[in-house]
Design a protein around this ligand. Sequence first.
Ligand code: ZN
Length: 305
Amino acid sequence: MKRRNPYPVGNMMQSNLHSFGMLIKERTFSSANYRYGFNSQEKVDEVAGEGNTNTAEYWEYDTRLGRRWNLDPKPNPSISDYAAFANNPIFFNDVIGDIPWQQVFKGKTISHHSDFAQRRDFKENGVVVHDFHNGIDMPEKSGTVIRTLAAGKVIEASYDKWNGNHVRVDHGNGIKLVYDHMVEQPLVKAGDQLKDGGDIGKVGSTGLSTGNHLHISMTINGQYADIGDVKDLQKFLTGDETVKISVMTDKKTGKMEDRIYQINKDTGKLMQLPNTSNEKNSQDKKSDIKAADTKREKNNRDVYN
Ligand SMILES: [Zn+2]
C-alpha cells in the first residue's frame, strides 16, 4: 500500500516509510551525511542496516517491528512496555520516547496538547463556519476508561448531537468540566458524587467528532479556560495549587487572557490574583506553540472537535 511519509525530516532525505519508520525498499534516497530518519530521530545504521534502528533520549527501537528495545520509562498498563507510539504511529508523535499518553486516563495528569482556542472550520448546512476550540482533545482507543480529574458532583450525564455521550461535573466555585464523545452511556448519572479519579465513562467518537478521542473542556464562571494549564485539578480545588490559566474572553474572536486563580484555604472561595507577570500574553504564547505544533503535527494529527 502506498503511504505518505508522516514525519517530514527535511530536504536531505527523501524516503517513503512504513508506519513505524521502516524504509520502503527502492523508494529511498538518503544522503550519507544525514543522520536523522523517521520522527527526526537519529539512525543507528550499524546495528541492523540502514533505517532499521533509531535512537533518541529515552529509547532505542526497531523500525521494522515498531517495538522499543528498552522498557518504556512511563509505561501504560494497557499496552506492552515495549510498545512504540502507543501502537498508533498515525496519531502519536513521540520524538524522545517518553510521552505518557494515557495518564489522564489514570485520572491525573493531562498531557498538554495546546489545541485549546485553535480555530476550527466546519460546514453547517453547506456553509463554512468557524469557532475556537473550547477544550483539549486527547486521541485514545475506543473503550478506554475515563476518570475524573478531581472530586465533584455530576450535573449532567446525557447525549446530544454535539457532545455525544458526555458528563458534566460541577467542582464548586463556578468551575465545571465536561468530558465528551463517550462511546456509550456514561458510567455515572446526574446527582452522583464523584471522588477524585472515579470512573465516569469510556472513550468513543459520538457527537461532532471525527475519531476516537476524549474532549475535555473547563469553564470558570461560564468562560472557557484551558484545562491543560492546570497541573493537578484536585490540588487546585483544595487550595494547594495556584494556577495561571488562559481564559477565552471572547468566543467570537478567540481572544484570550492569562489569569491567576487560587482557592483560599480558609474561606474555600475562588480568588483571582493580580497578574503582574511580564511574560508574553497567552495569545502570543499560544500562537507560538501552535505554529510549532502545526509544523510538527500537521501531517499526523487530525482535527477531532
Ligand atoms: Zn475537542
